[in-house]
Design a protein around this ligand. Structure first.
Ligand SMILES: [Zn+2]
Length: 96
């Protein structure tokens, strides 16, 4: 599998480190009633077969965090964007 880093160009997957599902959302708040929600966020992950968005770190290159959309079955890569370019939903934006 080859990944097209927006900064370095097309590189072998061995230069990258898989960092998990890019669509997992951190729970809002820290109330005791949300512990099940936090448990799911920290420990439980889906393992879908097919197209999904994932975080990859270009650990053997420019060290950028990327969002790679790929098929987990065929490893076909559909697109790569820099994670810093991701538009955050309103609940994920940090207060400034
Ligand atoms: Zn890179």
């Amino acid at each position: 599998m080859r990944i097209h880093c927006p900064y370095c160009g097309e590189r072998p997957a061995e230069e990258f480190t898989f960092q998990g599902d890019a669509d997992v959302r951190r729970p809002q708040g820290n109330e005791p009633s949300q512990m099940d929600e936090w448990f799911d966020y920290v420990y439980l992950r889906e393992n879908p077969r097919g197209r999904m968005k994932e975080y990859w770190h270009h650990s053997g290159g420019c060290r950028s965090w990327l969002i790679v959309e790929r098929d987990t079955d065929s490893h076909e890569v559909f697109g790569v964007t820099a994670a810093r370019e991701r538009k955050l939903s309103p609940q994920r934006k940090r207060a400034s």
